[in-house]
Design a protein around this ligand. Structure first.
Ligand code: SF4
Length: 176
């Protein structure tokens, strides 16, 4: 069974944003970037740094994450960027089911991330184990190990939905 690639379609024109369903929405155009920037500045005083942690993914979610950095989605224009160390991160973005072998690694990443910090579980597997639920090697979702602030469902979730989720996290915390 196949489906249309989530990264299909041409790149948006300058100033255009992308809605959670993956289509370009010209009406919300510049406001997304401006709101994200304002939220990040209010809460954090800087851009939002994201550390990706894979606890046992099939790599499907990783393909969609990678697309966030391409010219179509261009994550960094919203003040969001991936970093290599949890010590430099504001957000732990977790993909894959929580496997027995990687539980300790996830908890070490959580401990190493400075406060304030948030955890985003991306993909059905990170939410509750997804299609791997019941496997001897899988404990369940990310929440069994560390507190989760936001879940983004889908198998895999499209890049635009991930981007919208990160935006909602920023805005919600900016209001607190
Ligand atoms: S949610 Fe789907 S694409 Fe993502 S890791 Fe699980 S099985 Fe793979």
């Amino acid at each position: 069974m196949t489906r249309t690639p989530q990264t299909g379609g041409g790149p948006p024109n300058p100033g255009e944003s992308i809605d959670p369903d993956g289509s370009v929405d010209p009406e919300t155009t510049e406001s997304l970037s401006a709101r994200l920037e304002a939220a990040a500045q209010t809460r954090l005083g800087r851009s939002l740094a994201i550390r990706h942690v894979n606890t046992g993914s099939c790599n499907g979610c990783e393909l969609e994450l990678r697309a966030l950095s391409n010219v179509l989605y261009d994550l960094e224009r919203f003040g969001l960027r991936f970093v290599e160390s949890p010590r430099h991160a504001d957000v732990l973005l977790v993909t894959g089911p929580l496997t027995r072998n990687l539980r300790t690694a996830l908890e070490q990443a959580w401990d190493a991330t400075p406060d304030p910090k948030w955890v985003v579980a991306v993909g059905d597997c990170a939410v509750d184990g997804g299609v791997f639920k019941g496997s001897y090697a899988v404990l369940g979702g990310t929440g069994l190990s560390i507190p989760v602030d936001l879940t983004i469902s889908g198998c895999p979730p499209p890049p635009a939905r991930i981007l919208a989720g990160l935006r909602s996290l920023l805005e919600a915390n900016a209001r607190t």
